[in-house]
Design a protein around this ligand. Structure first.
Ligand SMILES: Nc1ncnc2c1ncn2[C@@H]1O[C@H](COP(=O)(O)OP(=O)(O)OP(=O)(O)O)[C@@H](O)[C@H]1O
Ligand SMILES: [Mg+2]
Length: 463
């Protein structure tokens, strides 16, 4: 049941209001000053505060509101104001009050005004409980046929001990799928160990995987266990396995086949029981043809292949995904919740999403931060989206708004602007992974760095 705190220096008035609210099924608390209200909010669970603006004596309603927002930014506060205080009441909305009511208001008017906010906090509390039960990591949002199939594949392979190879474009949710498999498996009581093969130079991958003895190489000052040892009895996630060197691949195959390994620089053979879940956004069959990936390892891993579909093939999931990211964003933020209108989501459905769900998450967050009004509309989406369309569909290049001809701009400048914009969008879509972005744009990495320098493009956090 929701608890409402009534803050009013006129004690009789708050007593009557409390009685009326209780007869409507709410719990109530009363405070006769701002100071008392702050104390109560700090020590008790309060879902909504009805706060009088004019309270002679101590701190007034506006000051109380400001301090309440500091200690409890998510708390719903509805102001109560006498007719002559209307102007102040309107201003309190900027300070974070949800709305204001003029005194006297009937109990029906009050209930009508507060109920939507209470309903919202009830829903978000239920959501929290559900999230706890499911665990924060493994929520795969989406009800499309493709997602349902994916979920059923996940539960089928989870119960086996077989290796799994998860394929899919950048940002489709491969790691989420890997987590879900481990969490649903019999090995789930032990931690899921992970290694991103693309993030490490070749020399380091082996020592990360197999560990090393003291003195195995310069800098190996102590013995170190590798990920395989740490994952004994559990599972190891080899992310971006397509980037693993052939030498490391041979050793991984040996662990898979015989459960055997030696630490670098070591002679003792160790025995481990590790399930491998691997992920890649490369076409491994092509890598095999080109001699960069071992066929026998591929067969071992792809006993159960899983492909995570790109977002553009399941745009019917966009509304729930957008809702999910909006909620997640507001959970850790003191800002007033914004809404992405369904017409704006429709615009998103026509986009190509080269960076898939990660790109969607970035775009939603960018819209929530950048757009000032409470409801996000199609035009806002068009402002942040269309440019990167051209990345994966180079033959249908559209000229983004900011690149249309402006008086006095030379062709060269326009081309530079367009190029810089394309690069920025591609970087965003790939979470600023330089290697991947350069590959996607088919530019040599060294050349790509030169372009970043030329256009002074920096990661947003570095600026
Ligand atoms: N079905 C989904 N529901 C909710 N969030 C998702 C879903 N799929 C992916 N995400 C989110 O999208 C982001 C990218 O997911 P993830 O890291 O699993 O993708 P990936 O395929 O491993 O990407 P990459 O190829 O870049 O490594 C994460 O923040 C993840 O939580
Ligand atoms: Mg990943």
């Amino acid at each position: 049941m929701a608890t409402i705190l009534i803050v009013d220096d006129e004690e009789n008035a708050s007593k009557m209001l409390a009685q009326a609210l209780e007869s409507e099924g709410y719990d109530t608390l009363t405070a006769s000053s701002g100071e008392e209200a702050l104390q109560l909010c700090a020590s008790k669970t309060v879902d909504l505060v009805l706060l009088d603006i004019l309270m002679p004596g101590g701190i007034d309603g506006v000051e109380t509101l400001t301090r309440l927002r500091q200690i409890k930014p998510q708390l719903n506060v509805v102001m109560m104001s006498a007719q002559k205080e209307i102007e102040t009441a309107v201003k309190t909305m900027e300070l974070g009050a949800k709305r204001y009511l003029t005194k006297p208001s009937s109990i029906d008017e009050i209930v009508y005004a507060i109920e939507p906010f209470l309903e919202l906090s009830r829903l978000s509390q239920e959501n929290e409980v559900l999230k706890e039960q499911i665990g924060p990591q493994d929520q795969m949002v989406g009800e499309s046929v493709a997602m349902q199939q994916l979920r059923s594949q996940v539960s089928q392979v989870a119960s086996s001990n077989l290796g799994v190879l998860i394929a899919g474009e950048n940002g489709t949710g491969k790691e989420l799928v890997a987590n879900a498999i481990h969490q649903q498996s019999q090995r789930n009581r032990k931690p899921f160990i992970r290694l991103n093969c693309a993030a490490l130079p070749e020399e380091l991958i082996e020592s990360e995987l197999f560990g090393h003895e003291r003195g195995a190489f310069t800098g190996a000052t102590a013995r170190r266990q590798g990920k395989f040892e740490l994952a004994d009895g559990s599972a190891l996630f080899l992310d971006e396995i397509g980037d693993m060197s052939l030498k490391a691949q041979a050793k991984v195959l040996r662990v898979l086949e015989y459960g055997e390994l030696e630490r670098l620089g070591g002679t003792q053979t160790l025995h481990v029981d590790v399930r491998i879940i691997a992920a890649t956004n490369k076409d491994l069959e092509r890598e095999i043809e080109e001699g960069r990936f071992r066929q026998d390892l591929y067969y071992r891993l792809s006993v159960v292949p899983i492909t995570v579909p790109p977002l553009r093939d399941r745009t019917e999931d966009l509304p729930v995904l957008v809702k999910h990211f909006v909620e997640r964003f507001h959970k850790d933020s003191a800002r007033t919740p914004k809404v992405i209108d369904s017409s704006a989501i429709q615009v998103m459905q026509s986009y190509h999403w080269p960076g898939n769900i990660r790109e969607l998450k970035n775009i939603v967050e960018r819209l929530l931060i950048m757009v000032n009004q409470d409801v996000i509309l199609p035009a806002d989406v068009e402002n942040v989206l269309p440019i990167s369309k051209t990345i994966s569909q180079p033959d249908t290049v559209t000229v983004p708004q900011e690149n249309r001809i402006q008086g006095g701009t030379s062709l060269l400048e326009m081309v530079d602007n367009a190029e810089a914009n394309l690069i920025r969008n591609a970087l965003d879509a790939n979470s600023w992974n330089i290697k991947r972005t350069a590959e996607q744009l088919k530019i040599e990495r060294s050349n790509f760095y030169k372009k970043l320098e030329k256009f002074n493009i920096k990661r947003p956090d570095d600026q």
